[in-house]
Each structure stands twice: as C-alpha cells, then as structure tokens.
Design a protein around this ligand. Structure first.
Ligand code: XMP
Length: 514
C-alpha cells in the first residue's frame, strides 16, 4: 500500500522538519525533499508514495538575493495542491508575478492577522488569529487570478490563494505552537485541500528504521554510542533488533556526566542483557581540553575524542559501522543544510573529525524530534526512567561549565546540579519541564559567609519548557522552589557565593549556555 504523502520542499528554514512532523502527527506521511526537486522527480517518487501535495518551507534568504534557493517554477503547473509558508509564500508570489518587497516594519514573533476570507486552508478560523511571524520581506500585491485571504497592518497579502487552482500561501508559520490554530490550518491543507487519507502510523517508522540499519550494516559489525539518554537508548534497541549480537554498545564516561549517571546506565542496560562496555575516559578528555575556553572548540574536541575512543574499541570488536542516536534538532542547529544558519556544533554531528575510520555512520533517528523519539521508546517498551528522562547533551556538563574545564569546576557543577534535580523533582515540577540544570559561570562574586568575606562562583539555574527544543520558554517556577535551590547550593557547595535564574527564552537564547 502506498501512503498518502505531502512533500515538504526544504528552503533551509529552522522549522522545516517541524512541518513534516506536524503532518505525520495527523496520520499522513510526509517527507522532506530538496528545494529544487524537478516535476519528473516528483513523478518518480510517486512510484513509492501517493503524492497529494507540496509545501514550500520557510528559509533565511530573501527572494531577491541572486543566490537565493528557488523551486523549479514548473512544480506549480502539475495541478498538485501547493502551500507556501513564509519564504515559501514569497517565492510563490514572486513566481506568479506578484510583488514582494522589504516590509515597512519587520514582523517577528506573535502577530494578529485579520482573516478576510475563511476558506480552504483558513476554513473555520476566527476573524482575528494569533500567529507566529518572522519575516523581513512582504508580499504587497498579487495578480488578479489570485485573491487575498488575510492581512495584517504591515502585510497586505498575509495569505492568498489562486481562484481556481489549489495554490496557497501563508506569510506565517502554522507549524509552530505559537500559532494558536496552526494545527487546524495544516489539517485544512492536508485533508480539505489535498484530500489525504489517514493511512500512516508511527509504528511504520520503527520498521523503516530497523530495515535501514540492516541495509546499511549488511553483514558487518557495529558499535553504538550509548549515553543513556533517550535518543541513544532508542537507537541501541533498534540496532539490537536489526543486527542482534553484531552490535556492541559503548558508554563513554568522559567525566562530564551528571552525578550517578554511569551507574544508572549500567543498571538499566544490564537488565537488558546486552553487551555493554563502559569506557573510563575521564583523564584523556580533561587532558585534551586543558586551556580551551571557546565553546565551539570544546564541542569539537569532545566530539573528536569520542570518536577516537570508539575507534579504539571498535578495532578490538571489529566494528566497521558507528550507530548514533542523532535526532533532527541536533542536525539542524549544527547547520548541516546548505541554506540554514549554524547555531552550534552538536557533538554527535558536526563535531566529528573529518577523517573517520568507520566505514559509515548510521543515524536512524535523524529525522525525528524528541517527543517522537519518546513515542518510539514507549512502543519499544523501554523503562519509564529512560522514556521520561530529560535530555542531556553529548558533551554533558562540559557545555554547562563556562570557560576552561577543571576537575574542581566539574565537581562543583555536579554537586549543584544534583541539588537542582532533587529540589525540582521533590516539588513535582519535572513533568512539565523539558530540562532543568545548572550552569557554572566563569564569573566570580563577593558574598558573606559567617562574618567573613567570601569570593566564589556564580551559578545559574536554567529550567526550560519546550516541545521539541526548537523553541523554549524559561519556566516560571515559584520563588519558594528557587529559594530552596539557592539556599541549598550556597550552603552545600561552599565554592558558590551566588545563584541566579536564567529568564531567557529560546530564541533569542539557546537552551544550553555553550
Ligand atoms: P540548544 O542549547 O541548542 O539545545 O538550545 C537544544 C537541545 O539539544 C540538546 N543539546 C545537545 N544534544 N548533543 C546532543 O545530543 C549536543 O551536542 C547537544 N547540545 C545541545 C540540549 O540539551 C537541548 O535539549
């Protein structure tokens, strides 16, 4: 059976994959394809999928830039329902002969659009809708075969459609949760406009990933980087399903783990009766990071050292393939795509050295978001402690200790972090938090302890709410909990004189500090 499928053309927008997953959430399959896919290629894909529609994603470029990514204009001539979002909306407007110009005022963040005609994609919506905008250009006019469906004060053509053909554009991002009825808008497109049937389910993805690992590794042996986080745990279980005893799981203790982490991983995976190697690599990591302050350098060094440890172990086990639990947001923020901006180097992605001794790196979860991985974990019946663990970055506390890493700083960060975890969990707040942790800053501040002057570290507490880490809000946790955290840290970790709370959303900040 062929799945009804919506293709998302990738113009480098941060939310491109989010569009695909929002569609999949509705039981309709979606794939990301290159922005310049040709109509013939779409036809070829039709042998595999029942292609019902196209979405042109957003992107950081401007349609007048000479090298801006552009679609093949012929894709609008195939009679396939097409929806442009943000930059995609401007591209369609430009192709059809509309007018795109710099907006009189850049709209960024929440905006209220007036819906002039609630039809098709905008069916059943209110006269005013809260949406998420992020654009510097605007569509100011469209040809007469098209009609305007919505506008804002600064954006005369915030939504349009062709009068007879299923071609639509929206200036805003329905895929992000800040667009209040964004889910409804996407449902309108996939069901009312594309006429998709619900014939895809998450379980199908497990089969697809297991098959992929089997195909990639063939008769070879593989090694997997198991950190004990949900991503690598899921990847480990999938890989074990795919290649059985030709898999070795390796947990590298680089020394920047949270308190109790290595013991936890050992306990959980021993129960699974799998072959697990715990590599004690604390000394060599610290040695390599001596004197290094720059966050990107730190990330690269850690990424490289990881690989070296794996290579050494795989030489012993004869593994030619490395499997990793890299998920989609790790890749997008590492700037892996041609037209998206690099935010930071996630260690299991762009931190890899250019010469890798493995034949190939296999990343079965590369297109999934964290909450999709959690769904897969539940389906695989992984223990609850793994399914609901807060994410922990590969480089660990190393990206939460600003500046040079030393044994002393790691010890301080671990102690303070443990306190934050205990207090948040004691208050029952953890269920609603994406992450909660401590950052040891490189700033020192004066305090008073007893009757004496104290001079110690400033520790920042970060607690964030998020659905998939692409955007996040700082959590508005109570002063009572914050007070308990601050009192305990300053009492129990004498090297710390001051505790501050990070009240920055993502964007403009990122979740981790480095
Ligand atoms: P940022 O700090 O970029 O983080 O907002 C987004 C999410 O990704 C996690 N993170 C990482 N995960 N390797 C990982 O596996 C990394 O190098 C890495 N850096 C950040 C972070 O904890 C957050 O959940």
């Amino acid at each position: 059976m062929k799945y009804d499928t919506v293709l998302v053309l990738d113009f480098g927008g941060q939310y491109c994959h989010l569009i695909a997953r929002r569609i999949r959430e509705n039981g309709v399959y979606s794939e990301i394809v290159a922005h310049d896919i040709k109509p013939e290629e779409i036809k070829t894909l039709g042998a595999k999928f029942n292609i019902k529609g196209l979405i042109l994603s957003g992107g950081p470029a401007s349609v007048y830039e000479p090298n801006a990514p552009r679609p093949d204009p012929q894709i609008l001539e195939q009679g396939l329902p097409t929806l442009g979002l943000c930059y995609g909306h401007q591209l369609i407007a430009q192709i059809i002969g509309g007018k795109v110009e710099p907006a009189s005022q850049r709209e960024y963040g929440i905006a209220y659009v007036t819906i002039d005609k609630p039809v098709d994609v905008l069916k059943d919506l209110n006269a005013k809708e809260k949406v998420w905008m992020s654009h510097g250009d605007t569509v100011s006019a469209i040809p007469s075969q098209y009609e305007v469906l919505a506008h804002t004060e600064n954006c005369p053509v915030a939504a349009f459609k062709h009068k007879d053909k299923p071609i639509h554009g929206l200036q805003w991002h329905p895929e992000v949760v800040h667009t209040k009825n964004g889910a409804q808008m996407l449902r309108n497109f996939i069901f009312a406009v594309c006429k998709c049937e619900v014939n895809w389910k998450m379980e199908d993805i497990i089969e697809k990933m297991v098959e992929e690992i089997r195909r990639e590794v063939g008769e070879g042996r593989a090694i997997i980087a198991l950190s004990g986080g949900i991503d690598s745990s899921v990847a480990t279980v999938l890989a074990a399903k795919a290649i059985d005893n030709r898999l070795t799981a390796v947990f590298v203790d680089h020394g920047f783990m949270r308190e109790g982490e290595p013991e936890f991983v050992k306990n959980v995976f021993q129960e699974f009766k799998m072959y697990l190697i715990i590599a004690q690599a604390q000394k060599r990591f610290l040695e390599k990071l001596k004197g290094v302050v720059d966050p990107e350098k730190k990330r690269k060094i850690i990424g490289e050292e990881f690989i070296r440890v794996f290579e050494e172990i795989s030489e012993k086990t004869g593994a030619e393939y490395l499997i990793q639990g890299t998920i989609y947001p790790d890749r997008i923020e590492s700037g892996f795509r041609k037209f998206s901006d690099k935010i930071k180097t996630h260690h299991n992605v762009a931190g890899l050295p250019s010469i890798i001794k493995f034949k190939r790196i296999v990343e079965p979860l590369r297109d999934l978001y964290k909450d999709e991985v959690r769904k897969v974990a539940k389906m695989l019946e992984l223990p609850k402690e793994i399914v609901f663990r807060q994410p922990f970055p590969g480089p660990g506390l190393a990206v939460r200790i600003i500046g040079e890493l030393t044994e002393e700083k790691v010890r301080i960060a671990k102690k303070a972090d443990k306190i934050v975890r205990e207090e948040i969990e004691k208050s029952g707040l953890e269920e609603n938090l994406w992450q909660y942790f401590v950052v040891l800053t490189d700033t020192k501040a004066t305090g008073v302890r007893g009757d004496a002057r104290a001079y110690g570290y400033v520790v920042a507490v970060r607690a964030a709410e998020s659905r998939e880490a692409m955007t996040a809000s700082f959590a508005k946790i109570s002063y009572t909990v914050l007070e308990r955290i601050s009192t305990r840290i300053t009492n129990e970790v004498p090297e710390v004189t001051r505790v501050v709370y990070d009240i920055t959303h993502k964007p403009p900040a990122t979740i981790e500090w480095e």
